[in-house]
Design a protein. Structure first.
Length: 406
């Protein structure tokens, strides 16, 4: 049977616990430790993932009378009462039952996925086309509004209203950034046609076939961007670069110095230059072919793109530079924040993290790839923050080696 009404009523008293965990609209957070019904706060595991991944949640439901069933694809929401911070939103994708409570009841283990799944197998974009010269931010909004109306994706350059002039990389009201460099808009280069695929891959392909144009001339081929969906179901799109993050995201500052306000523990740090591809050979159609570099001058691993639809140099350059921009960073690491009370609610996977750690040599600024969170009854949290190396900058990406094979 569904969650019983008396149980639902009993769980609406928030005074005894700092978080609410609703499943299908019913708050199931356990009021206190013991054998009663509900979700123990200590059983909740959230993994908030940045661009390129899908967030997830896991938790246990103590069900001593074996009376609860979880509806398929039921909405899940984890919210802190003190400030309304949403630590997770998504849907149930799996649950399993194990006997418990002396055989009279059971424990349910529930897992759920975050709204980023709308970028993948929840949204397939059928064949589509976008006109030459369309502003990239609006082209992305067009695809999202047409194929995934559940997402919040207003047109950044819409004719009805405009975002503030200072908006660069998006915020809660305008989650798709302007995608500009030096005041130059990113626009689609040539008529873009799409054969079909996921929304994530369609957006990536659009960006690969776009350019920055200034004073009537192309100033940069391809547009490196980061794409995700936040827990408010907003489609977040911003420029990929060493200092870019959404305008309403906050940089996390951590240090290894005892007494620091945010002290990192268990910091691990690895440099992986051998994993990075710095050169790629593009074999297109109609005799278009050539080598492209990320501009660093570093030799090593090389890549290959074979695509007969790339029939112009501009198209080949866009594909090559998008490929190079997507390469894994040179640095990967993680650290823990124990019994952490976040001072702000605007640090997310996708934010920047500034690390000061002389012992490991990891001092610098990086992109947060993921944050794994566990929770305590007193409102504090444990974070395991995973961070990755910076990707090539727009400046270096525009430095190409040749127009044809040599």
């Amino acid at each position: 049977m569904p969650i019983a009404a008396p149980i639902a009523a009993a769980l609406t008293d928030h005074s005894a616990h700092p978080w609410s965990l609703t499943v299908g609209g019913t708050d199931m957070a356990k009021l206190a430790a013991g054998a009663g019904f509900g979700v123990p706060i200590e059983s909740i595991r959230v993994r908030e993932v940045g661009p390129g991944g899908v967030s997830s949640i896991e938790f246990n439901v103590d069900d001593p009378r074996a009376e609860t069933w979880i509806a398929d694809v039921a909405p899940i929401e984890l919210v802190r009462h003190s400030d309304g911070d949403v630590a997770f939103r998504g849907t149930v994708d799996h649950w399993e039952s194990s006997p418990d409570f002396g055989g009279q009841g059971r424990t349910l283990r529930v897992t759920g996925s975050g709204p980023e799944q709308y970028l993948d197998d929840w949204t397939i974009v059928p064949p589509a086309s976008v006109l030459n010269g369309t502003i990239l931010a609006d082209a992305i909004a067009y695809l999202a509004n047409r194929e995934a109306p559940r997402l919040i994706a207003p047109f950044a350059f819409g004719v009805i209203s405009f975002p503030p002039a200072s908006l660069g990389d998006g915020n809660a009201d305008w989650p798709i950034g302007l995608l500009q460099v030096g005041g130059n808009n990113a626009t689609v280069s040539g008529a873009w046609t799409w054969g079909g695929g996921t929304l994530r891959s369609a957006i990536a392909d659009l960006a690969a076939h776009s350019v920055y144009i200034g004073a009537g001339n192309i100033v940069s081929y391809s547009v490196p961007i980061l794409v995700t969906v936040d827990f408010g179901y907003r489609l977040r799109v911003w420029r990929d670069g060493p200092s870019f993050q959404p305008d309403d995201y906050t940089t996390l500052f951590v240090s290894d110095t005892v007494g620091s306000s945010v002290l990192a523990t268990e910091l691990s740090y690895a440099v992986e230059p051998g994993d990075v591809i710095h050169e790629v050979y593009v074999s297109g159609g109609g005799g278009v072919a050539g080598w492209f570099s990320d501009g660093t001058g570093i030799t090593g691993r090389q890549g290959l793109i074979s695509d007969a639809t790339l029939t112009t140099f501009d198209a080949a350059a866009a594909a090559a530079l998008n490929f190079l921009a997507a390469q894994a960073g040179k640095v990967r690491g993680s650290f823990r924040l124990v019994h952490y009370s976040p001072a702000v609610t605007t640090v997310h996977a996708g934010s920047l993290v500034s690390i000061t750690d002389a012992a490991s040599g990891s001092t610098g600024t990086y992109r947060i790839a993921a944050i794994a969170k566990t929770f305590y009854g007193n409102g504090t949290q444990d974070w395991t923050v995973e961070f990755g190396g910076l990707r090539p900058s727009v400046t270096s990406l525009t430095r190409r080696l040749t127009r044809a094979a040599q």
